[in-house]
Design a protein around this ligand. Structure first.
Ligand SMILES: O=C(O)Cc1cc(O)ccc1O
Ligand SMILES: [Fe+2]
Length: 486
């Protein structure tokens, strides 16, 4: 019997991840765009004429220091009905106390408890969470109030580190806009589309797509599909870039033309709005004189963008061994250390598995990097066991630097007994990893407040692993060699 699918994959239709997306986009990672919602709204030639077309105000939004090298310099020029200074005084926003950037205990060796005085857990424990809870029926929670910090490292004040958040919401943000002073938000929806109005225009993003909202960009989220959930990686340092391709060549992985930026869109609304700034990990609110979405035209290379993960061109072995997961890097936020990321965004997309003589699932390992994983849909290879809850869409795992992990007992059994035909791996699934060279602290909400952490994850996954040590067995590779296959 053939192990190949009955319908050839090449005959299957290409279905985009977001077929209902109503918006138009500008394509190209890092391009310098021009877009106007009113014809002639962009000043010709210069950035700041004495009086702008339509008597708009000029405003510059920079994503890097003025003096950053040209290859990394990011900025946008916005032409708006009123400038962003049309705002009241900031005061603390207290409705959501679950966002933080305090990740390091002052006494990590506290012998009485692994819990630090500020409620952060700095522990090497392998952790797994069942799907994070959605708002209960009768509750009305928008994207802003549904944000929860799970873990992170460093602090935005020194522009070093990152935070990982999840969101769970069931209501639109209405006349509230959020911007992040601390870093870029990389949003990975897991359930429900996000209809995001930004200063730069509108973006629709569905599960299996991602969206990046850069530092400073004001946005408001509506939920056309109702209850929504997802993950966010926030980098306090630089910005997300496409990874270098090295010997892969000029093409492959995430291709630049598949990154989509909004076209200018504005509304004339002078009623009272609220703007919320995340600043130093805390939230502050101020009144706005009118909608912040009043930009009639913009140009530049600093703008939000989205990407359909289905467009990722997957590269992997066609000979032997399990390749390092860095081959699946979509975006990276580099540190100053060569080849070492603050944060790599890595996916585990549908693909063919063809490796000969090989244990095909991931190997057991202890990584010098920290690995946070989430699941958008389907299941993740090598996590076969559902004991204690399993790894499900909307859940997460954290394997901190040097903390041992790998296939669970059942995953090992299946992987070491599998017939090595070409097989489809991860069809209709999408797992992802936020991988970082930093050590993470885990928030009190994630550890105990969410109710989602699986306390016996280690034993449930790996407790049944037993030695099958056999002094006479020379290994499958030796067998293959003896048969002249290796
Ligand atoms: O731990 C994990 O499941 C992520 C992972 C996947 C893989 O294929 C190789 C290494 C790795 O850390
Ligand atoms: Fe790993």
């Amino acid at each position: 019997m053939s192990h190949l699918p009955e319908t050839p994959l090449s005959a299957a239709p290409w279905i985009p991840s977001n077929p209902k997306d109503p918006y138009k986009y500008l394509s190209g990672f890092g391009s310098h765009f021009e877009t106007e919602a009113l014809e002639g709204a962009l000043p010709k030639v210069q950035n700041s004429p004495q009086v702008c077309p339509y008597k708009a105000y000029t405003e510059c939004l920079s994503g890097t220091a003025f003096t950053a090298p040209r290859t990394h310099n990011l900025k946008a020029w916005l032409y708006r009905i009123v400038p962003s200074v049309g705002q009241g005084t900031f005061k603390p926003y207290t409705a959501n106390p679950y966002i933080t950037s305090d990740f390091h205990s002052s006494d990590p060796t506290d012998p009485s408890s692994v819990k630090s005085p500020d409620g952060v857990y700095n522990v090497p424990h392998q952790a797994r969470w069942s799907p994070f809870p959605l708002p209960e029926e009768g509750q009305s929670v928008d994207f802003l109030d549904g944000l929860r910090t799970v873990c992170g490292s460093g602090h935005p004040a020194s522009r070093h580190g990152l935070a990982i958040h999840v969101y769970a919401a069931n209501a639109d943000m209405k006349k509230r806009a959020l911007y992040n002073s601390d870093g870029d938000f990389l949003v990975v929806p897991q359930q429900g589309r996000l209809d995001i109005t930004t200063e730069f225009g509108k973006i629709s993003v569905a599960p299996n797509e991602i969206v990046v909202i850069p530092r400073g960009v004001r946005f408001s989220v509506a939920l056309p599909d109702g209850p929504s959930r997802g993950y966010i990686a926030e980098c306090y340092a630089g910005h997300y870039e496409l990874p270098d391709l090295g010997p892969i060549g000029a093409n492959g992985l995430a291709n630049p033309r598949d990154f989509l930026h909004p076209v200018a869109w504005f509304e004339e609304d002078s009623s009272a709005w609220t703007v919320v700034s995340k600043f130093g990990g805390k939230l502050f609110e101020a009144e706005l004189r009118g909608s912040p979405f009043n930009v009639i035209a913009w140009h530049g290379n600093y703008a939000p963008y989205k990407y359909d993960l289905q467009r990722f061109m997957v590269i992997n072995t066609v000979s032997y061994d399990h390749a390092d997961p860095s081959i699946f890097t979509v975006l990276t936020c580099k540190s100053a250390m060569a080849g070492t990321a603050y944060l790599d965004f890595v996916i585990f997309p549908p693909r063919w598995g063809v490796a000969d003589w090989t244990f095909r699932p991931p190997w057991y390992h202890r990584n010098s990097m920290t690995e946070f994983m989430g699941l958008i849909k389907g299941k993740y290879e090598a996590k076969e066991s559902t004991k204690g809850g399993g790894f499900h869409p909307g859940g997460a795992t954290l394997h901190s630097m040097m903390s041992a992990h790998g296939p669970d007992a059942l995953g090992f059994e299946k992987g070491s007994g599998a017939e090595l035909h070409p097989v489809r791996v991860a069809d209709n699934t999408q797992a992802f990893m936020f991988e970082s060279y930093l050590q993470f602290g885990i928030t009190k909400w994630a550890w105990e407040g969410s109710g989602a952490r699986q306390p016996n994850y280690m034993l449930d996954s790996w407790g049944e692993i037993k030695p099958s040590f056999d002094k006479t067995f020379k290994g499958t590779a030796a067998e293959a060699m003896a048969n002249g296959q290796h």
